[in-house]
Structure formats: structure tokens, C-alpha cells
Write a protein of this length. Structure first.
Length: 188
């Protein structure tokens, strides 16, 4: 039974997390390009003395530019930004817009849009609003409910949050609803 549980967890994780293949491939291609370009310049400069002189002039220019503090600061900032982006891509797990749960031998994976539509319908029904005036965005742990009420008609935020919570729990996903009622209403 424990192997089935482990398999179930692995399947859910694979379906709910995004692959890291694309960022890894981009980094590998960039590193390979830099290595090949360096090798090509080295081989090129050894074969032709005029090219070697031109490369020497370019190296001298780069060294004189490197003496400027602004150039060093800009290069350091660019390297830090690229490094932080790559570190973030490596450490932060990719998340797909899905929620999943296991019930016995069945794994259920539901798109966040379906959860949002279901919660929006329940809130619109509870608050007696047209469905176009309620929008829900589902994140990893929350459901953000935005309501545009009819002008002059108050909306009970706690009732709307309760309706969204009950609908999400009925579907088997315990997300915390956060309700925001717009200060500007729409004309009926």
C-alpha cells in the first residue's frame, strides 16, 4: 500500500509542477556558445598575426574601459541580475495552474480555472448578482474574489466568502477566499 501512496504522490507532483528543462537548456546553450566562441577566437588569433594584433587592440581597449568604476559596476550588476534569475529558476518550484488531491486509488487534478468558475458562480448566486460581476482568481492557497456590486445594493462580504469557501470545500479543495468588494458599482 505504501508503494501505491508513493506513486500517487509522485504522479500528483509531476502533474502539478512545471518542468525545469527549458531554463536548464537555455543555460547550457549559452555556456556552450561562450565556450565555442572563446575557442574560435583563440584558434583564429594564433593563425593570423593581423587578427592577433586586432584582438590585442580590443583587449587593450577592454582593459582601459575596465579601469572605469562605472563599467565595473555595470558589469557586476548585470552578472548579479543574471545570477539571481538563474538561481530563482533553479530553486523556486514551477507551478502549473492546477490543484490536485488523492482519494483512495484515484488522483484528481483540477484546473484552477474550473475552481474559479465554480466559486464565482456560487458567490454570484448567493449575492444575487449576475455572473459577469463576480470574478475569482485561484492561487496556490487562496481564492481572490472580486465583486462589482449593483449601485446602491450592499454586498455582504462574509456571506460571499462563506459561499466561496463552501463551494471549494464541496469540491474537496480547502482554499482560503479573500473577498474584495469594489467601491464603484455598476448600473442595473
Amino acid at each position: 500500500m505504501s508503494t501505491q501512496l508513493a506513486t500517487s504522490r509522485r504522479l500528483l507532483r509531476r502533474e502539478l509542477r512545471a518542468s525545469r528543462t527549458a531554463p536548464a537548456a537555455v543555460v547550457a546553450i549559452a555556456l556552450l556558445t561562450a565556450i565555442v566562441a572563446t575557442a574560435a577566437v583563440c584558434l583564429w588569433t594564433t593563425g593570423d598575426p593581423r587578427v592577433g594584433a586586432a584582438v590585442g587592440d580590443a583587449v587593450a581597449f577592454a582593459r582601459s574601459a575596465w579601469e572605469e568604476p562605472a563599467v565595473r559596476a555595470a558589469a557586476a550588476l548585470a552578472a548579479a541580475v543574471v545570477g539571481l534569475i538563474l538561481l530563482g529558476l533553479a530553486l523556486v518550484p514551477g507551478r502549473r495552474a492546477r490543484h490536485g488531491r488523492a482519494a483512495g486509488r484515484v488522483e484528481l487534478i483540477v484546473d484552477d480555472g474550473l475552481l474559479a468558475d465554480s466559486a464565482a458562480h456560487a458567490v454570484a448566486e448567493r449575492c444575487a448578482l449576475p455572473p459577469s460581476q463576480v470574478s475569482v482568481t485561484v492561487t496556490a492557497r487562496r481564492a481572490r474574489v472580486r465583486i462589482r456590486p449593483i449601485s446602491g445594493v450592499p454586498v455582504d462580504e462574509s456571506a460571499a466568502a462563506g459561499a466561496a469557501r463552501r463551494e471549494l470545500e464541496r469540491l474537496g479543495f480547502a482554499l482560503r477566499p479573500i473577498v474584495t468588494v469594489s467601491s464603484k458599482g455598476v448600473l442595473a
